[in-house]
Write a protein that binds this ligand. Structure first.
Ligand SMILES: NC(=O)C1=CN([C@@H]2O[C@H](COP(=O)(O)OP(=O)(O)OC[C@H]3O[C@@H](n4cnc5c(N)ncnc54)[C@H](OP(=O)(O)O)[C@@H]3O)[C@@H](O)[C@H]2O)C=CC1
Ligand SMILES: O=C([O-])CC(=O)C(=O)O
Length: 252
């Protein structure tokens, strides 16, 4: 059974720790002591608020479900400790210099940085874009305004531009756009909308290239502990972990 260290004891951390059937969460880390202790008690793990002490525990992969900042602060140390890292806050990798450095460290250590599909569908075959670059790659995301901590009277576009700029303004809301771009091999265009009538987090993906054209719409149920985060993002991490040791690999 794979032993994991969980970085971030919020909403996704809870879903992972309380649905961990084919994995064992041995250690949990959060900057807030109460959160680490509460989650550790739920999954019989060891709680940590000191990162160096956390890294001394027994696990082979760190699952990051914390923040873009957390990836920037701890990502390299995880890889240098000889462990893989699964990164949900993929927005951290929008910074070319940071990403290239982290990938170089992973290569040097023979370790992997794993990005789950998170709250969207289709990252697997969008990787064809790395061979045949898409002419259009657009993500249109629509969320309830409250999930971004704002109010709106009508559907409102709050950002239009490239993913690497959008993630700087909305680091808790648009990690999917950066993951999309990393899969397809180019920065995605993003339209971020808030809609007071929206009950779900909707992601529409528009792609056009030599292979044809693609339209994907995902209407995500918000997760129980954080409406900005779609429940599917937590399921996606759990699925990535469940399949880590499966010899049968499905999808590109
Ligand atoms: N790739 C994708 O498709 C998706 C990615 N995400 C991302 O996944 C991450 C987790 O989401 P979710 O669980 O809902 O978020 P939560 O805010 O519910 O939980 C994150 C937890 O990690 C803690 N944390 C933040 N920074 C650090 C740090 N530097 N060191 C230790 N702990 C830290 C937070 O503390 P505090 O509250 O004090 O900040 C909080 O307890 C978020 O970054 C989110 O944006 C979410 C959905 C989809
Ligand atoms: O969960 C979602 O729908 C998307 C999200 O928050 C993110 O990518 O950061």
């Amino acid at each position: 059974m794979i032993k994991i260290g969980l970085l971030g004891c919020g909403n996704v951390g809870h879903i992972i720790a309380t649905n961990a059937e084919s994995i064992q969460v041995t250690a949990v880390f959060d900057i807030i002591p109460g959160r680490a202790e509460e989650l550790a008690a739920l999954c019989h793990a060891q709680p940590y608020t000191d990162f160096d002490a956390f890294m001394q525990d027994d696990f082979s992969i760190v699952v990051e479900a914390a923040s873009v900042d957390a990836v920037r602060i701890y990502g390299e140390a995880v890889l240098r400790s000889g462990r893989d890292i699964a990164v949900l806050s993929a927005g951290a990798l929008a910074d070319d210099e940071f990403r290239e450095h982290l990938v170089e460290v992973a290569r040097e250590m023979g370790k992997k940085i794993r990005i789950p599909s998170g709250a969207i569908i289709g990252l697997d075959n969008l990787k064809v874009g790395q061979i045949s670059p898409p002419r259009q790659l657009l993500l249109r995301t629509t969320k309830p305004p409250a999930s971004l901590g704002m109010t709106a009277e009508a559907p409102t576009e709050i950002f239009k531009g490239l993913a690497h700029e959008c993630i700087k303004q909305y680091p808790k809301n648009i990690n999917v756009a950066v993951a999309l771009g990393l899969a397809a091999g180019r920065d995605a265009d993003v339209e971020l909308w808030v809609d007071p009538a929206a009950e779900r987090n909707t992601h529409e993906i528009f792609v056009e290239g030599d292979f044809g054209d693609i339209y994907v719409r995902v209407r995500n149920v918000p997760s129980p502990g954080n409406p900005a985060t779609s429940y599917m993002a937590a399921l996606s991490i759990l699925t990535l972990l469940k399949n880590l040791e499966n010899p049968l690999v499905v999808g590109t």
